[in-house]
Design a protein around this ligand. Structure first.
Ligand SMILES: Cc1cc2nc3c(=O)[nH]c(=O)nc-3n(C[C@H](O)[C@H](O)[C@H](O)COP(=O)(O)O)c2cc1C
Length: 196
């Protein structure tokens, strides 16, 4: 886009944020809201909500996917980068998040996630702060051909102590790590885009 003085203005980077929780008072969705406030000014985090509106994946339908899946794939493809904010369910990611990931990866050869820079963070009520879920997600990201940022790992442990009752992230250490992760994601995305 040419600016008024003839220089090229850099387009605003768009990150698509996806929380893996459907829970009304979800710590992860609250962390995603906090992330929206912590990104640099020239970056915006938009969200894809209501993963429960995506039906269970059925490979018979992958060439004629439901409307909501078409929308998800479109939003993923339009985004410069993806931010997953995931709870940990039984040492893995929630089924609704895996379901959305699976749909948008299909049919074979039309994987919306391929080549996308990404970052992962998560909040849990336990001391391990979604560590195992995050590694499970990273494992899927290998086959999805995504490019996740490695550091810092943002694992918000003991979440009940770090958010206020109305879902505001209060913990300064968590905010600092999130800010660093988001800065790294932005830098990583720019590097990949300029190399392309
Ligand atoms: C089905 C289920 C399985 C869970 N498994 C784990 C787990 O493996 N590790 C963990 O730290 N917390 C686990 N939890 C507790 C979650 O950390 C907690 O419910 C958290 O609040 C979920 O995130 P949310 O607030 O964003 O919904 C589990 C919760 C549920 C409902």
């Amino acid at each position: 886009m040419a600016g008024i003085d003839g220089r090229c203005a850099m387009a605003r980077m768009k990150i698509l944020g996806i929380s893996g929780s459907l829970r009304e008072d979800s710590y992860n969705t609250a962390a995603l809201r906090a992330a929206q406030e912590l990104v640099p000014e020239d970056v915006v985090i938009e969200t894809f909500d209501r993963l429960d509106e995506i039906p269970p994946f059925n490979q018979d339908d992958e060439r004629n996917p439901p409307e909501r899946v078409v929308e998800l794939k479109q939003r993923v493809m339009e985004a410069d980068a993806i931010l997953f904010v995931t709870p940990e369910y039984n040492f893995s990611i929630p089924g609704v998040l895996k379901n959305a990931i699976d749909w948008a990866s299909r049919p074979y050869g039309d994987n919306a996630w391929a080549g996308k820079p990404a970052a992962i963070m998560g909040a849990s009520v336990s001391m391990t702060g979604t560590a195992r879920a995050q590694y499970h997600l990273r494992q899927s990201m290998v086959f999805l051909d995504m490019h996740p940022v490695n550091q810092p790992e943002v694992m918000i442990s003991n979440a009940a102590e770090r958010f206020s009752e109305d879902g505001e992230l209060k913990d300064e250490d968590s905010k600092r790590f999130m800010t660093q992760l988001l800065d790294n994601l932005v830098e990583w995305t720019r590097k990949l885009q300029s190399a392309a």
